[in-house]
Design a protein around this ligand. Structure first.
Ligand SMILES: Cc1ncc(COP(=O)(O)O)c(C=O)c1O
Length: 410
């Protein structure tokens, strides 16, 4: 009998369905000027207004008129695409300006843009291994898939240290040859639990063992530090981290990724990284929008303060009604459900019955048994929206018999 390709795909899909983690994307259209409201198109094609509670447009910059105007203007002045790779006519003046702005944001000599944060991690981590033969990489256990992909592609020796466990990291560093080149790779804000790495401790270890440091600030840029330079800015260690990576797609509200570092390092990555060299560069509109966004956020620390207040308030409000908020120290508010079926059920009912959109977070994004809802309140989520959400969650927790704080189901 001929090999059935189709049935293999059907089997693969059936496996995820059986585990209750088949992903259904909500069909949303954001309403310009009314963030965080969106129009949801449901299964029967009907449209309904919902409040989005899980956007990574953390500060609503995707709707900021400053950003939108810059994008419109760039289209009017320069057209749609960039015209090619950076080498083949794809370096626009917008790229040059944005790289200078990002280097300044992180207090570095230079920056390099990529088409996404994923690509920047994957390409840079792979290329570092090319440039530094014999490199040994020490990677936090909860690092993002894009960092893991980059580390794997380079095939260097790697050691995974327990999440945020500096003692474990040190024991691994101690066992490595003193004269080998070494890199420690970690994030600042871990986006599923909302915890934050001990950057000072990591930097101190890196110094002690003569390691380079690679920091993913994807969930922190724009949001932490006086100018939005991330947790490294907040904690006063920007200058001690070799490579800082970020995204333009979350708090900056647009799309794209980047690294910042010493000029010589950026020049080397620019010259060797396939994920940079062999792809069409970001279009002028995205680059101009990101530039406007980065500049604006540098000067509006009050937005960061409002953001932190909203997150702290939502954590408190959930805890007051006994909802199991996980112990996040950041702007991320995860609520534990503990199995994929209930997580999906609560998420579906929030959307259909209460006009609240928050997507279920399942394996492999988080470990099995820790499935959750992940809320990201922004400065634009007002008290009335909070009241509505908390009431709906409280009701559904009882209806679906999900565990509350202290492990008791309603
Ligand atoms: C920690 C982390 N790094 C990198 C990325 C990739 O960034 P981007 O969405 O810009 O590709 C993500 C994506 O969500 C992320 O969570």
């Amino acid at each position: 009998m001929a090999f059935s390709y189709k049935s293999r795909f059907e089997d693969a899909l059936e496996a995820v369905r059986r585990e209750g983690r088949y992903r259904v994307f909500a069909d949303l259209k954001r309403i310009r000027g009314r963030f965080p409201q969106a129009l949801w198109t449901g299964p029967e094609g009907m449209e309904r207004e919902v409040t989005v509670w899980c956007s990574n447009d953390y500060l609503g910059q995707g709707q900021n008129p400053i950003v939108l105007n810059a994008m419109h203007e760039a289209i009017d002045l320069a057209g749609s695409g960039s015209g090619g790779t950076r080498n083949i006519s794809g370096t626009t003046h917008y790229h040059v300006e944005l790289e200078a702005e990002l280097a300044d944001l992180h207090g570095k000599e230079a920056a390099l843009l990529f088409t996404s944060g994923y690509v920047s991690n994957e390409a840079t981590l792979e290329t570092l291994q090319m440039i530094l033969p014999g490199l040994i990489i020490f990677s936090d256990a909860l690092n993002h898939a894009s960092m893991i992909a980059g580390i794997r592609h380079g095939r260097a020796e790697k050691h995974v240290f327990r999440h945020n466990d500096l003692e474990h990291l040190e024991s691994l560093l101690r066992a490595a040859p003193a004269d080998a080149p070494k890199l420690i790779a970690f994030e600042s804000v871990y986006s599923m639990d909302g915890d934050i790495a001990d950057l000072k401790g990591l930097v101190a270890l890196a110094k002690r063992y003569n390691c380079m440091t690679y920091l993913d600030e994807v969930h922190a840029v724009g949001m932490y530090g006086k100018r939005g330079g991330g947790v490294a800015e907040r904690d006063g260690v920007m200058g001690e981290i070799d490579i800082i990576e970020g995204t333009l797609g979350k708090a900056f509200g647009v799309m794209g990724g980047y690294i910042t570092a010493d000029a010589v390092l950026i020049d080397a990555i620019r010259s060797y990284a396939h994920g940079f060299i062999f792809t069409t560069s970001l279009p002028p509109a995205l680059t101009a929008g990101a530039l406007a966004s980065v500049r604006w956020l540098k000067q509006h620390n009050e937005v960061r303060e409002q953001h932190q207040e909203r997150a702290a308030t939502l954590k408190r409000r959930f805890a007051e009604v006994g909802l199991p908020v996980m112990p996040s120290v950041s702007h991320i508010v995860p609520v534990l459900v503990g199995d994929p079926v209930h997580t999906k059920l609560v998420s579906d009912m929030l959307l259909m019955d209460h006009g609240v959109y928050v997507q279920p977070i399942n394996y492999p994004t988080v470990p099995k048994g820790t499935e959750r809802l992940r809320f990201t309140p922004t400065p634009f989520h007002d008290d009335r929206m909070f009241d509505h959400l908390v009431k709906a969650m409280d009701k559904l927790w009882s209806h679906c018999n999900v565990k509350r704080l202290g492990g008791v189901a309603a």
